[in-house]
Ligand binder design. Structure first.
Ligand SMILES: Nc1ncnc2c1ncn2[C@@H]1O[C@H](COP(=O)(O)OP(=O)(O)O)[C@@H](O)[C@H]1O
Ligand SMILES: [Mg+2]
Length: 250
């Protein structure tokens, strides 16, 4: 059984159909890259997985547990959605760190909010420091976001997403807001997460990175999955004309 199953997701904004019949599955420990032009629905798909948008139809299952079922929306209380959301971590293009908190506080905040027993907070802080260390930021724990480069801020955001131990870590164009020289340090961290078999969905315009790091690639256009397959096949040897056209721009 796949870790994540997405079946027939559809989403409209008003009369505009933004996602149409999106279905895919993701095995534990695999990385899926989603590529496609601006406006093709990639962010909306990630937002649906993270319960920031509600699909109009379809089914989302993690480890066999039905997280979203359009046939049965009424049963989803706020608290239930908070719990379901914990299955996914989301790293945004624009980092979205809390400016008034240090790197370590950004990483540990959500864990502390969930843990009422303050005696366990030192353990949360220890884990936070370990995560920052994995991101190469052991010496930046006490720095505020404005004291960090964009690449460092994005690595803090990745540590923060990992801190809640999500089943699937989602990235929405994690390097698009970065200067080229800072892109590499963030891609390196994502690559090492892939090597450690972190289950991931990565929306990216870095085609060489997608080919080398992802196991599977989905190409989206106009809210549809046009092509999906192994990373090497889709990027080096696409079957669909629309995929070829898109890739020829890179
Ligand atoms: N909240 C919203 N309300 C209305 N239209 C939206 C909203 N969010 C996204 N869209 C539209 O949905 C389409 C897909 O957007 P998006 O998922 O952001 O694409 P991508 O991430 O691939 O660039 C676009 O046409 C966009 O304008
Ligand atoms: Mg987007």
């Amino acid at each position: 059984m796949a870790l994540l199953e997405v079946r027939n997701i559809e989403k409209h904004f008003g009369s505009t159909k933004v996602l149409e019949d999106i279905s895919f599955s993701l095995e534990q420990g695999k990385a899926l890259a989603i590529i496609g032009s601006s406006g093709s629905g990639k962010t909306t798909l990630l937002r649906c997985l993270n319960f920031l948008e509600t699909p109009d139809s379809g089914l989302i299952t993690v480890r066999g547990e039905k997280l979203f079922d359009a046939e049965n929306k009424a049963s989803f209380s706020e608290e239930a959605i908070r719990q379901k959301r914990l299955h996914f971590g989301l790293v945004f293009q624009s980092f979205n760190l809390f400016p008034q908190y240090t790197a370590l506080e950004n990483v540990t905040l959500a864990g502390k909010l969930r843990e009422k027993d303050k005696n366990r907070w030192p353990e949360i802080e220890k884990q936070g420091l370990e995560l920052l260390d994995r991101m190469g930021l052991a010496d930046r724990a006490g720095h505020y976001p404005h004291q960090l480069s964009g690449g460092q801020q994005q690595r803090v955001a990745i540590a923060r997403a990992l801190a809640l131990h999500p089943d699937v870590l989602c990235f929405d164009e994690p390097t698009s807001a970065l200067d080229p020289e800072l892109t590499g340090e963030v891609l390196k961290v994502i690559r090492s997460l892939a090597e450690q078999d972190t289950t991931m969905i990565i929306v990216t315009h870095e085609m060489a990175f997608a080919r080398d790091v992802a196991d599977e690639v989905i190409f989206m256009d106009g809210g549809l999955i046009v092509e999906q397959g192994s990373a090497r096949q889709v990027i080096e040897n696409p079957k669909e004309e629309r995929t070829r056209q898109f890739l020829s721009r890179y």
